[in-house]
Design a protein around this ligand. Structure first.
Ligand SMILES: NC(=O)c1ccc[n+]([C@@H]2O[C@H](COP(=O)([O-])OP(=O)(O)OC[C@H]3O[C@@H](n4cnc5c(N)ncnc54)[C@H](O)[C@@H]3O)[C@@H](O)[C@H]2O)c1
Length: 438
C-alpha cells in the first residue's frame, strides 16, 4: 500500500482520493480552498455525484482518507503525488497551466527522494517537460537534491457515473519515460483489473484530448445529420438505428440534441483547436467542430422563436438545468445559455431540476427565474416547454400531466428526443411537438 497525495480536491481529485483510499492506500486530498477542505474533512462533498459521499465517508472512518490545505504537512510523506488541479482555458483558448505550475512550486520544498508526480489534470502534450524544468529550477533555488519521476495519468471518468467509471475503467493510461514510475503506477492501478497501457507522456496527453474530441465530434456529426433530416422528413433515430448495425459505426453514443456541454468536451475541443491553430493548422476539423457547437443553441433558439412568433411575453418552462442527469454540475449546461437569452428576449422562465437548482441560483442570483420543486408545477400555463436534460423525474411525465398544465397549442421542445414515443399522445392533446431531427 502506498502514501498518495492528491493535489486539487475538485471533482476529479475527490473521486480519485476516495477510490485510491478504498483500496487501502493512505490518501491525503490537498486543496488551497480551505472551505472545501473543512467541508470534505466532515465528509461533505460540495457537489452531487452518486456514491461519492458514501465512499468519502468510508475512507474518513477507516482512517485511510484525510484532507489538508498544508503542503508542508502533506507532501513529505507522499510516495505518489497526483495533480488534479483545474486547467481552465486561457483567453487564447489553450489550456491555462497556472494552477499546475503553482502546485509544483508549492510542493517543491517538501518532496522526498524518488517521489512520483503524476499529472491527472488534462494538459497539452509537452507539459511534462515544462513541469520538469520548473521543478528542477525550484529545487535548485533551495539547493535541494532529490530525484523525482514524472508521469502523465489522464482521467477518463464521466460525471454522473464517476465513482463507477473510476472503479471500473475501460483502460488505465500511464505516460512516462521512467521505469520506476511505470512500475509503481502499474502496481497502484492493479486493483482496477483494467488494461494498463504504457506510452510516451505526449501520447497519453493526446490520447485524453483525442478521446474527448472524438466523442464531441460524434455529437456534432449526428446533429449535422439531424439538421438535414429536418429538411427532408427523415427521422434521425431511425437513421441512427440503421447506421448502428454497421459494426464499424456501432449504435452507442449517438445523442442528437443541443450540442455537447459539461466541464470537459467544450474545454478540451477548444484547447485542441487552439493548439492546432497555434501550430499552423487553422483548417483542423476541431476548429469547425468547436464553432458548430458554439453556434448551435443560438441557431435553434432563432428557429423556435420564429415558430412561436417571438419570446416577448411568453411563459417558458425549462426542465433540466444541469448539463446532464445525475449531476448538479452546470458547466457549459444548455440551461446557462438558453435561460439568459430567453429572459433577455422578454420571456418569463419557470425552471425545474431535481438537483442543480441551488447551484443555478448561486451562479445567477440576479436572474428573474421562478424555480419549482416539482416538474409539473414548472409547466403551469407554459407557451413553450424545453426538455433539456433526461432526468428521470422529467422524462417520466405523462402526456396527460403535461397537457393539463401547459397552454393549449404549447410548443414542446424535446431537446433529447425522450418523448418521441409519446409524440402522438402529446399532439392529440393539442401540443406542438418538436424533437431534434425527427
Ligand atoms: N470534471 C471532469 O469530469 C473531468 C474529467 C476528466 C478530466 N478532468 C480534468 O481534471 C482536472 C480537474 O478537473 P475538475 O473538474 O476536478 O476541476 P475543479 O475545478 O472541480 O477542481 C480543481 C481544484 O483544484 C484546486 N486548486 C487550484 N490550484 C491549486 C493549487 N495550487 N493547489 C491545490 N489545489 C489547487 C481548486 O481549488 C479546485 O478545488 C482538469 O484538468 C480537468 O480538465 C476533469
Amino acid at each position: 500500500m502506498m502514501n498518495i497525495l492528491v493535489i486539487g480536491t475538485g471533482f476529479v481529485g475527490v473521486v480519485s482520493s476516495a477510490v485510491f483510499s478504498s483500496f487501502g492506500n493512505t490518501v491525503i486530498g490537498l486543496d488551497v480552498d480551505e472551505k472545501k477542505i473543512q467541508s470534505l474533512t466532515q465528509g461533505n462533498i460540495p457537489f452531487f455525484e452518486p456514491q461519492l459521499k458514501e465512499l468519502v465517508q468510508q475512507g474518513i472512518t477507516s482512517g485511510n482518507l484525510t484532507f489538508s490545505s498544508s503542503y508542508a504537512e502533506s507532501v513529505p510523506q507522499a510516495d505518489v503525488i497526483i495533480l488534479a488541479v483545474g486547467t481552465p482555458s486561457a483567453p487564447d483558448g489553450q489550456a491555462d497551466l497556472k494552477y499546475v505550475f503553482a502546485s509544483i512550486q508549492s510542493l517543491a520544498p517538501y518532496i522526498k527522494d524518488q517521489v512520483i508526480i503524476a499529472i491527472k489534470s488534462t494538459v497539452p502534450p509537452g507539459t511534462n517537460q515544462k513541469v520538469r524544468e520548473l521543478l528542477e529550477q525550484e529545487l535548485q533555488k533551495i539547493s535541494k537534491h532529490v530525484q523525482f519521476h514524472l508521469a502523465s495519468l489522464p482521467e477518463f471518468l464521466k460525471e454522473g457515473s464517476a465513482v463507477d467509471d473510476t472503479l471500473h475503467p475501460d483502460r488505465v493510461v500511464i505516460g512516462s519515460e521512467s521505469e520506476f514510475a511505470k512500475r509503481v503506477l502499474s502496481e497502484l492501478h492493479e486493483p482496477f483489473r483494467a488494461p494498463i497501457l504504457h506510452m510516451k507522456p505526449e501520447s497519453a496527453q493526446m490520447c485524453k484530448y483525442a478521446s474527448n474530441a472524438y466523442l464531441a465530434t460524434r455529437i456534432t456529426f449526428v446533429n449535422q445529420i439531424a439538421n438535414l433530416c429536418e429538411e427532408n422528413g427523415a427521422n434521425i433515430q431511425e437513421v441512427i438505428q440503421g447506421m448502428g448495425y454497421d459494426k464499424r459505426i456501432g449504435s452507442h453514443y449517438w445523442y442528437p440534441g443541443l450540442g455537447y456541454g459539461g466541464s470537459c468536451f467544450p474545454k478540451d475541443v477548444k484547447e485542441l483547436s487552439a493548439y492546432a491553430k497555434a501550430h499552423g493548422q487553422s483548417d483542423n476539423l476541431l476548429v469547425t467542430i468547436d464553432q458548430l457547437n458554439e453556434d448551435r443553441i443560438s441557431m435553434l433558439l432563432r428557429k423556435y422563436e420564429q415558430i412561436l412568433g417571438g419570446w416577448q411575453g411568453k411563459q417558458v418552462a425549462v426542465l433540466g438545468l444541469a448539463f446532464k442527469p445525475n449531476t448538479d454540475d452546470l458547466r457549459e449546461a444548455p440551461s446557462t445559455k438558453i435561460i439568459p437569452q430567453l429572459l433577455h428576449a422578454g420571456a418569463t422562465v419557470r425552471a425545474y431540476d431535481p438537483m442543480a437548482t441551488p447551484v443555478f441560483k448561486s451562479w445567477y442570483p440576479d436572474l428573474a427565474v421562478a424555480y419549482f420543486e416539482l416538474a409539473p408545477d414548472a409547466l403551469k400555463d407554459a407557451d413553450c416547454v424545453f426538455v433539456l436534460i433526461e432526468w428521470k423525474a422529467i422524462i417520466q411525465l405523462s402526456p396527460e400531466e403535461i397537457a393539463t398544465q401547459v397552454k393549449q397549442g404549447a410548443l414542446f421542445i424535446d431537446a433529447r428526443n425522450q418523448f418521441l414515443d409519446r409524440r402522438a399522445q402529446l399532439e392529440s392533446q393539442g401540443i406542438r411537438y418538436m424533437g431534434i431531427g425527427v
